[in-house]
Design a protein around this ligand. Structure first.
Ligand code: CUK
Ligand code: CUA
Length: 673
């Protein structure tokens, strides 16, 4: 037998790798997974072997393929919500198949969903900055809504680092419902993270600047520049952030990086990390150290420990200053009332992650090969003992040794940490690049065979990993099983597509204990630079098949008052305002002729009156930058001035039926005399 005939070799040795290989006849019970008759007749395993040989696949390749292959019609066990980076969207991906299911327009117009071309216009407009339309965002951290610390599948939030905005996406229809602009900050990064019952959404700042966007010269950095964290109140019933119940905390102008919310024992507290406690202000052109050196001089930066419950109390008691009409708890108030504490953390950290039991906070310094684990109990004891020294702003800096539980050497360039169901933590190592697995201590440490707080193993990834995401990894009870490594560099992984390469999401099988971790899939992400993602059990999501009622307005999640009804289609003129009431159903628009005069204000109300699953229609109007996606039941209103005379064939942009091409009409704009 030739060495490459390994499949049957394994089979003959009694391996259970190939189910039923001893009987490849027509017997349903043994001719393959699910017992179906094979399309390859009575020799499916020979066919598999031929493929393996022709394509030079190893047995490991075949196992990886089997683990990630999703047969037609079968659904993934998990769904991943990944940021779209500077593409400004959110990407929904099935796990383990890594198939893209949807790209949700968030800060960026998305024509396929009609988002920003009629529908969503108001939502995008609410994200204006200084009255300017900002039609992109740099999305970093999605956060699924939680109930009692567990993803509940109702909402997902995401930040825009570039403009300090937060978006709310409703998972009943997977559409963006709200964009909130931070009134005092131009830059955010430590968002979004939610508290265990999604009462609050956390948005930390990033680069220090005068709060409220005022001007101050760089040499007034220490006096005038500030950091911040904003606490947005989420109204779950309304499905919206309630800006009137939201507030911010003034922080020193260290660059706040990421935040995480306490849970279980640490619920009511939030934790952040920072870099540039050097207060470097750059200026390489005039001989000052460049930022990357200036901000990396000290051995320590400061972890931020914030008593959120107390901050909320102070806000409710009115202990705030107003900056641009937004309530802010001043640094002095935070210090006076014992809301804010710092703890030294190793050099230039990136990321902070609270363990599932809420007992430990994990920080890693990009320039330090360790992860540092802080104990919540010890932090509380250190605060109670007043074991601190003030920093230059007067914030108590707690004694490092009294707060630290463990330091574990994991490797070069540690960034972000995730947790699983086996009592392991995983830390991305940007420089190696690989993902390290290490064992937790405390309660969680009893779930795996290793000693507490020890390095267990590593899996190399390709290449330069940023965040990692474990299934249900940010909850109080992670599922483990799968980890996705979000790699910044792809170099040789995919066929070249010019100098701009896709990012590489690698799926890692982490179901076994010890140092066994296997990369089982490479997925190119050809849009934006996804930073973080969260992975939820798919059966927690209960999206609508069709909108609950005909005439539905997805922006408000309620029926429109004056939607276009079937049988009541019409065109109404009132002076120079023309209201068009139109319906769409397979395979026609009613009415099909719409004539207005040059200069008329057109209000085009259109309803998809279908009740059939997936019977979506579009409305594309040439020359007017318009495309709607009308899901079954959806009603929309477009408004524009008919400023250019002509004949505009409008049409349905979703291939909805055999007569879809005929689903069109004429919009005529008659020239003024
Ligand atoms: S960040 Cu991009 S890899 Cu914005 Cu959370 Cu770390
Ligand atoms: Cu309706 Cu195509």
């Amino acid at each position: 037998m030739k060495a490459k005939r390994w499949i049957f070799g394994a089979c003959l040795m009694g391996s259970s790798l190939l189910v039923g290989c001893g009987n490849t006849g027509g017997d349903d019970s043994s001719s393959g997974a699910g017992g179906a008759t094979s399309a390859y007749g009575d020799a499916p395993y020979e066919a598999l072997q031929t493929v393996a040989e022709e394509r030079n696949l190893t047995p490991d390749d075949l196992v990886a393929a089997a683990k990630t292959f999703m047969p037609s019609g079968r659904h993934d066990e998990y769904m991943m919500f990944a940021s779209g980076g500077h593409g400004g969207q959110m990407i929904v991906i099935g796990v383990p198949s890594m198939r893209i299911l949807k790209i949700i327009g968030v800060f960026t117009p998305e024509p396929w969903q009609g988002y920003g071309y009629g529908v969503g216009q108001d939502i995008l407009a609410s994200g204006k900055v200084n009255g300017k339309d900002i039609l992109w965002g740099d999305t970093h951290h999605p956060a699924l809504s939680e109930t009692a610390g567990d993803y509940d599948g109702q909402f997902v939030f995401i930040n825009d680092k570039a403009n300090a905005r937060i978006a709310v996406i409703d998972l009943r229809d997977f559409e963006t419902k709200q964009i909130v602009k931070n009134p005092i900050s131009l830059s955010d990064h430590g968002g979004t993270m939610v508290t265990p019952n999604t009462d609050y959404i956390i948005e930390g700042g990033q680069y220090g600047h005068p709060l409220g966007w005022d001007y101050a010269p760089m040499d007034e950095y220490v006096e005038k520049y500030r950091g911040m964290v904003t606490i947005w109140k989420f109204d779950r019933k309304a499905g919206r952030i309630d800006e009137s119940q939201s507030f911010a905390l003034e922080l020193p102008p260290y660059w706040q990086d990421l935040f995480d919310a306490g849970k279980l024992v640490s619920e009511g507290w939030i934790f952040g990390n920072s870099f540039n406690t050097e207060l470097a202000t750059g200026g390489v052109e005039s001989g000052a150290p460049p930022f990357e050196a200036g901000a990396s001089q000290r051995d320590n930066d400061y972890m931020h420990v914030i008593n959120l419950d107390k901050a909320v109390e102070l806000f409710k008691a009115g202990r705030v200053d107003l900056i641009k009409d937004f309530p802010v708890l001043s640094l002095d108030t935070l210090i006076e009332e014992g809301v804010l504490y710092f703890i030294p953390e190793p050099k230039s950290p990136h990321g902070i992650d609270v363990t599932p039991d809420g007992a430990f906070m994990v920080v890693s310094g990009k320039l330090d090969p360790h992860v540092t684990v802080y104990s919540f109990d010890k932090i509380m004891a250190t605060i109670a003992a007043k074991n601190w020294e003030p920093d230059q702003f007067g914030v108590p800096v707690l004694d490092f040794d009294s707060c630290v539980e463990a330091q574990i050497e994991v490797g070069l360039g540690p960034l972000h940490t995730q947790f699983d169901n086996l009592g392991y933590a995983y830390t991305s190592l940007f420089l190696e690049p690989s993902v390290a697995r290490w064992s937790l201590g405390g309660e969680a440490g009893t779930k795996n065979p290793e000693a507490d707080w020890t390095m267990v193993g590593k899996v190399p990834v390709q290449y330069n990993v940023g965040h990692i995401a474990v299934a249900e990894g940010d909850t109080v009870s992670p599922d483990g099983k799968y980890l996705v490594s979000m790699n910044k560099w792809a170099i040789d992984r995919f066929a070249p597509v010019g100098p701009l390469l896709p990012q590489n999401f690698q799926l890692v099988d982490i179901a076994e204990t010890g140092d066994t971790m296997r990369v089982i899939y490479d997925m190119p992400i050809g849009m934006g630079e996804p930073h973080y993602a969260q992975i939820i059990k798919a059966d927690k999501l209960k999206p609508w098949d069709v909108y609950p009622e005909v005439g539905w307005n997805p922006e408000t999640q309620s029926v429109r008052l004056d939607y276009a009804r079937q049988g009541k289609e019409r065109i109404e003129r009132n002076g120079t305002t023309v209201d068009i009431y139109m319906t769409a159903v397979r395979s026609h628009f009613t009415p099909e002729h719409v004539e207005v005069n040059e200069g008329d204000l057109v209000r085009w109300h259109i309803t998809n009156v279908e009740r059939a699953y997936d019977a979506t229609h579009g409305l594309a109007i040439p020359g007017y930058n318009t495309n709607l996606s009308l899901e079954p039941g959806e009603a929309q209103t477009l408004e524009f001035v008919a400023d250019k005379p002509g004949v505009y064939p409008f049409y349905c942009s979703e291939f909805c039926s055999a007569l879809h091409l005929e689903m069109m009409g004429y919009f005529l704009v008659k020239p003024a005399e």
